[in-house]
Design a protein around this ligand. Structure first.
Ligand SMILES: C[S@@+](CC[C@H](N)C(=O)[O-])C[C@H]1O[C@@H](n2cnc3c(N)ncnc32)[C@H](O)[C@@H]1O
Length: 312
C-alpha cells in the first residue's frame, strides 16, 4: 500500500462510525450517524410539515404582490445582511470534507505526484455559494496544489473571505457571482475547465424554478469526467419541522426570519435535477444524523442529502 492509499483508508475509517445500538446510551456522545427513524417519528414529521405548509402563500401573492416577493426576488440582499450581522462567526469550517469527499484530495495527490519536476498541472475546483470560506480554506490546506475558484452573490461574504489571513491568490480566486446568472461571459471560468464543483447548502437557498438553469450552468463549467459534490438539507430535517406556517412559500420551501430561503430536498428530486442536465449519479445518500446537546438534554434529528454526480 502506498502513502496515498494509506491516507485514503484512514479517511474512510473516520467516516460515520458512531452507531447508536443501545438507545439508553444516547447521551453518551455528541452525535450518532445513520440513525433509523421508526414509523412514528416519520409520521410525526409528516404531520408537522403538513401543518406548517397547509396554506403556503399563493404563488401570485408570494412571488409578485405580497411582501414575501421581496425575499424571493432580492435574495442576495438578505444574504448580504446576514453576513454583515454574523461576519465569519456563523458557519463552522467544513472539517468533514476530506472524509466525505476524499476524491478531491486523491485527485490532487495523483496530479501532484505525476508532476514532480515537470511543469506543474493543477486540479481546478469551483465552490459555489462559498460564504466566508469555511470550505475553501480547509480545502486549500488539505490539498497540495489545487486551485480553488469560489463565488458567492453576497459581496460582504466575499469581502470577509478575502480579508482572512489564509486567503492567497496563488491558490484561490474569490469573486461575487450569482448562480442564477447564466450568461457565461459574466463568469471567470472557461467552458469545461473545472475538475470538481462543490456545492454545500447552496442550492437550497435558490428558488426552485431557477434550479435547473443553475445546474446547467455548473455542468457547462465541468470537464468531461468531472464531478459535482453536493450536500444539502433533506425533507423532514429539524430545520423544516421548526418553521411556522406563516413562513412557507411553497412545497418544501420556507423563508427564514432573516429573509433567506430554505428548500428541503428529496433524493428523487435531486436525482431528476442532475440527470436531466446529463449527469451520472454516483452517490445519492440520506445522512440521518442525531445531534445531542448533552448540557440541555436535547436531541436534534438532522437530515442531509449527499450526492456525487459525474459528467460523462
Ligand atoms: C447556507 S449558506 C452555505 C454557505 C457555505 N456553502 C457553507 O456550507 O458553509 C448558502 C450560501 O449560498 C449563497 N447563495 C445563495 N444563493 C446564491 C446565488 N444565487 N448565487 C451565489 N451564491 C448564493 C449565500 O450567500 C450563502 O453564502
Amino acid at each position: 500500500m502506498d502513502a496515498s492509499e494509506a491516507s485514503s483508508l484512514k479517511r474512510i475509517e473516520r467516516v460515520r462510525n458512531r452507531t447508536l445500538e443501545d438507545p439508553s446510551k444516547v447521551f453518551e456522545k455528541n452525535a450518532w450517524d445513520d440513525v433509523c427513524w421508526d414509523e412514528e417519528q416519520l409520521k410525526n414529521a409528516e404531520v408537522r410539515v403538513l401543518a406548517n405548509s397547509a396554506e403556503p402563500l399563493p404563488e401570485s401573492e408570494s412571488w409578485i404582490n405580497n411582501n414575501s416577493a421581496k425575499f424571493l426576488l432580492n435574495a442576495d440582499q438578505y444574504w448580504d445582511k446576514f453576513y454583515q450581522k454574523h461576519c465569519d462567526q456563523f458557519f463552522k469550517d467544513r472539517k468533514w470534507l476530506e472524509s466525505e469527499f476524499p476524491e478531491v484530495c486523491e485527485a490532487d495527490e495523483r496530479i501532484s505526484a505525476l508532476d514532480e519536476g515537470a511543469e506543474p498541472k493543477r486540479l481546478t475546483v469551483f465552490e459555489t455559494g462559498c460564504g466566508v470560506g469555511n470550505t475553501v480554506f480547509p480545502l486549500i490546506s488539505s490539498t497540495k496544489n489545487a486551485f480553488v475558484y469560489c463565488c458567492d452573490f453576497s459581496p460582504e461574504a466575499i469581502r470577509l473571505l478575502k480579508s482572512r489571513p489564509q486567503y492567497s491568490t496563488e491558490r484561490c480566486h474569490a469573486f461575487v457571482g450569482d448562480l442564477t446568472d447564466d450568461d457565461p461571459s459574466h463568469w471567470p471560468l472557461e467552458n469545461e475547465s473545472v475538475d470538481f464543483i462543490i456545492m454545500l447548502f447552496t442550492l437550497s437557498a435558490i428558488r426552485p424554478e431557477k434550479m435547473p438553469a443553475v445546474i446547467r450552468l455548473l455542468v457547462s463549467f465541468l470537464k468531461p469526467g468531472g464531478y459535482i459534490l453536493f450536500r444539502d438539507y433533506g425533507k423532514y430535517d429539524l430545520a423544516q419541522l421548526r418553521f411556522k406556517n406563516t413562513q412557507c412559500a411553497g412545497e418544501n420551501l420556507y423563508i427564514r426570519q432573516d429573509g433567506t430561503l430554505a428548500y428541503f430536498f428529496t433524493q428523487e428530486q435531486l436525482r431528476n435535477l442532475f440527470i436531466a442536465e446529463g449527469m451520472v449519479e454516483e452517490q445519492n445518500a440520506v445522512d440521518r444524523r442525531l445531534l445531542v446537546n448533552r448540557k440541555r438534554n436535547i436531541l436534534m434529528h438532522r437530515v442531509w442529502i449527499q450526492c456525487k454526480f459525474r459528467k460523462p
